[in-house]
Design a protein around this ligand. Sequence first.
Ligand code: NAD
Length: 486
Amino acid sequence: MKEFKHFINGEYVASASGKTFENRCPVDNSLIGMVHEAGQAEVDAAVRAAKAALKGPWGKMTQTQRTALLNKVADRINERFEEFLEAECRDTGKPRSIASHIDIPRGAANFKAFSETLANHPTEGFRMDTPDGKGALNVGHRTPKGVIAVISPWNLPLLLMTWKVGPALACGNTVVVKPSEETPATTTLLGEVMNECGVPEGVFNVVHGFGPDSAGEFLTTHPLVDAITFTGETRTGEAIMKAAAVGLRNISLECGGKNPGIVFADCDIEKAVEGTMRSAFVNCGQVCLGTERVYVERPIFEKFLSRMKEEVAKLKLGRPEDPEANFGPLVSLEHREKVKYYYDLAREEGATVEIGGGIPDMGAELNDGAWIEPTIWTGLSDDARVIREEIFGPCCHIRPFDTEDEVIELANDTNYGLAAAIWTENSARAVRVAEQMEAGLVWVNSWFLRDLRTAFGGAKQSGIGREGGVHGLEFYTETKNICIKL
Ligand code: NAD
């Protein structure tokens, strides 16, 4: 049985209180191990270690030295690929075929991409006139913000955590990470990699626990934390924003979504089916960018729906190590309760269940796991809760539309604003519609195609701020203007 300890100042430490909680595998609900729950004492030790490290060897390193070190971290994750993969699949239940393509390689790549992008970004310089005619030079100078608290979710544990830790460290900050209580393993393992690569102690710290009245709250309310970056639910984002208000700490929030997919009759229908299948069902529908509302232009509605049903019927549920399986369980029994609640609600709200809608019989060995059927509904009204609230499961509602104006209105009729996907072979229409989407990310004839140099983030209740490429610089650094009188 595994034991997941905190990683503080370069060492694994147990909770002084002795408090632990269970980590279970959603494939069959077997016990993976026990996780130490941080109290105020461990969080305080982690934050103080991070603060002290800013003044240690890390703070004195040049950008080139830091970049070299972070490249080494990426390489070492790839060398220990199998261990990271095993740990991620055990925590989340996701198929190895998916985690080996997305979670682990992209999780490692985050350390390379950001250090290189940020190192090559120029700062501003302005020469100004002065009354004595001699002038002055203004030079922008970026310094690390300090100690960054990183609060991450369970759906892509390594990838979404390094998405923040990568740029934070590239900019010279130190971090205290609080991974999701559901998925502690890969973040814990990363501590070993940091030590192996020679990252100075206190630069990367990990504390385990829950949100309210636990590690999450203790970390976000700690006065020595300089900024907080968070990925998770909108409601949690609100709580974190309140915590950050004390002491005026900066925040970056990447929150929930209820993303539309728009399928025009002039699309390449096979491309649209393939992309919508991925956007609704990959990772068992647990992707913030996923499509839960699909709008299809009426002439191709029936054909699109029947092709989607055919493809859903082909999804193969199975254990992570099953090479045929492309569909795993939800992350936990608790999350399955939430998703199942919406499956039942959809029926109550008058949906036609086109396929799925229940809990599959997986056989004696797996029936204790968090399995759920991939599901498609039609026939719900636009104000149904199933259409308005984020479910975060393998499901979507498909509805016909008649005009471009109508579908733009429908797509934007949500409190969220994270992502949208548009399927059409008419490029003028694609641009026209994309420009009108109230969302931070719009894909045309693709989905989840990510260039790490581009901005990432949500509009409306999907978040605050942009990370990715140079956009993260504003959050992860403090810009100082140095004015030199000539
Ligand atoms: P969550 O909000 O329940 O938890 C996220 C993290 O916040 C966990 O580590 C949790 O322990 C912590 N937390 C909870 N309450 C807290 C509090 N009061 N103070 C401090 N920390 C607290 O989210 P989740 O269920 O882990 O993840 C799913 C959600 O994440 C979905 O809404 C999804 O859309 C969103 N998400 C968004 C993005 C994005 O980039 N926009 C990416 C992935 C997931």
